[in-house]
Design a binder for this molecule. Structure first.
Ligand SMILES: [Zn+2]
Length: 572
């Protein structure tokens, strides 16, 4: 799309082109009109012949004129035609162009819809009074009103979409025709776009011009992004900008907005950056207040929207949906009590899990069922009914997994749910089939999604194999890991966490590594967290810290995908 400067240049060029009026000589020349139901275009062309210059009608073909004038000054004749037929009529070089106002405004609107703001250049000088027009002053006001209307309507559309070319946004904001109430929201979109494009100076300029005194939520969001960008661009204005615009309440507002948008990592990072500035500039009471704001935010109850994918066959049974909701309800109760995390079923879709026992085919089937949907978390239920007594089942299906949750494959969790047609639910059953087994599995797999690992502690829900009792409580180390990862984005994994959380988790993984005789993959998870830290430090322009964490990954040497990525970063 065009740049701000190019558009501005285009506007002023058009003004120059418009600004050559026909002059008093032409206007005084006498003309005559004899027309009965003649197209306006023809009448104008005829007048042109009489004065010896081009008079061009645009959008005037369908207008029919009945008029009789004899030896009338050309200027008076044009005034009459312009007022009668709402014409925007002015000299452009050696020709007089008379546009139907409706036609001209519609043409501009169509081009505006395609983001061509320079389309306004054809009419704005006329509306602004920079060009001499025939007809009364009312025409000019009418034109200005119509332009304001289309610009405001398009602006509202762009604002609703939340997407606009940043230059276009700033340019629109600068136009007097813009409804002033729309301006801050428009500039905010522009500022955020400029920040995204790495044009921090332009963003700061727009901020200073339009947003400095504004305290709307949109402005607070733009402020947060601009401040973060100024800091990382090592802008000489960063500290001054922060000092004139910071307040703890404003940080709380911005953090609340990040939280509503589920941008937890960005929000935390932003709040902690403010904390750093407050500490660095000796504002200790502000720093204390910020620490409190961050702690309160982290301590909030998190509600995770869950899409349940259920066997298409089972969904035809009206009891199935309730059964699934009860399962998620139990999961939610345990997590709310232990961690302040709720799970809310927002969607229930059908899927066809393959009979294959591997995970990959199951994930592929789940992704296919989801299509373009991107839920915060999807629980894939595989509901199987076996026509046998459970005592016969176990030896036959010894290696059948009953649930799978892995924090690195995306926002999916799989759980198998058995039922047997030959038993009653109250019977004492084998381990797989005891009451609560499916819910317990769900609680266990969900903990894996939050980064928890297996422990030998037989009273922890994180013991590797289910035994005769169901357990709902967590060992202390896994509890701390889950709390530190409480605000993770499942579709991103550990990369969605901020530095302090990753450091806590690494420390707790070290504790776990020493606590479990059976291998639990702690070293691999530690490597993954170090890689995540390396990426964060690299993005935050601390290359030395990034290298330190890469070295940790190289020293651990596994898993393969993490090692390869770390080696590539280290070499680069
Ligand atoms: Zn497990």
């Amino acid at each position: 799309m065009r740049s701000y400067l190019a558009v501005a240049a285009c506007l002023s060029l058009s003004v120059a082109a418009f600004a050559q009026p026909g002059g008093p000589d032409v206007d005084k020349r006498e003309v005559s009109v004899e027309a009965v139901n003649r197209p306006l275009t023809d009448v104008l062309a005829d007048l042109g012949r009489q004065i010896g210059a081009g008079v061009i009608g645009q959008g005037t073909d369908a207008t029919l004129v009945t008029l009789s004038l004899s030896k009338t000054p050309f200027g008076d004749c044009m005034d009459l035609l312009a007022d009668t037929f709402s014409l925007i009529a002015g000299w452009e070089g050696n020709a007089l162009v008379a546009r139907s106002m409706t036609h001209a405004v519609q043409a501009v609107d169509r081009r505006l819809a395609d983001g061509e703001i320079d389309a306004l250049a054809t009419l704005m000088p006329a509306a602004n009074g920079q060009v001499a027009l025939y007809g009364s002053d009312g025409l000019r006001k009418q034109l200005a009103g119509k332009l304001q209307q289309i610009v405001s309507e398009r602006t509202r559309e762009w604002l609703a979409l939340g997407e606009i070319d940043p230059d276009l946004a700033i340019m629109l904001a600068s136009i007097q025709l813009q409804d002033p109430a729309l301006r801050p929201a428009l500039v905010c979109l522009g500022v955020r776009g400029l920040v995204r494009d790495g044009r921090v100076d332009a963003a700061l300029e727009a901020w200073n011009l339009y947003l400095r005194g504004d305290r709307s939520p949109a402005t607070t969001a733009a402020w947060a992004e601009l401040f973060t960008a100024l800091h990382y661009a090592a802008s000489p204005y960063a500290v001054a900008f922060w000092q004139q615009s910071f307040s703890p309440d404003r940080v709380a507002d911005a953090l609340g907005q990040y939280w509503s948008a589920k941008r937890y990592q960005d929000g935390l990072h932003f709040a902690r950056l403010n904390l750093r500035y407050a500490t660095g500039t000796g504002r200790s009471s502000d720093a204390a207040r910020l620490e409190q704001i961050i702690a309160t935010t982290l301590g909030q109850v998190r509600t995770i929207d869950v899409t349940c994918a259920v066997d298409a066959d089972a969904l035809t049974d009206p009891r199935t949906e309730n059964k699934v909701r009860v399962r998620v309800g139990k999961l939610s109760d345990v997590y709310e009590r232990e961690f302040g995390i709720r799970f809310r079923v927002t969607d229930m879709i059908a899927w066809n899990p393959p009979s294959n026992n591997g995970f990959e085919p199951q994930y592929a089937a789940l992704r296919q069922a989801l299509g373009t949907r991107k839920p915060e978390l999807t629980l894939g239920f595989i509901l199987e009914v076996f026509q046998m007594h459970p005592s016969q089942f176990q030896p036959m299906h010894k290696h059948l997994w009953i649930g799978y949750g892995c924090p690195h494959v995306g926002a999916y969790l799989l759980t198998r749910d058995f039922s047997f047609e030959y038993i009653t639910p109250t019977e004492a059953l084998e381990w797989t089939f005891k009451p609560g087994a499916v819910e317990e599995t769900l609680v266990h797999e969900m903990a894996h999604m939050f980064g928890a690992l297996h422990v030998d502690d037989p009273t922890s829900v994180m013991r590797p194999t289910s035994n005769s009792r169901v357990e709902w409580s967590f060992d202390e180390v896994n509890r701390q890991i889950i709390m530190a990862g409480k605000w993770r984005d499942f579709s991103v994994g550990v990369d969605s966490l901020d530095i302090p959380e990753l450091l806590t988790i690494i420390d707790r993984y070290h504790a776990l590594a020493g606590q479990s005789a059976t291998p639990n993959g702690a070293a691999q998870e530690i490597a993954r967290c170090h890689l995540a830290l390396a990426k964060l430090y690299s993005a935050r322009r601390e290359p030395l810290m990034a290298r330190q964490h890469l070295q940790e990954v190289l020293a651990i040497g596994e898993p393969k995908d993490v090692l390869v990525e770390a080696q590539a970063m280290f070499a680069g």
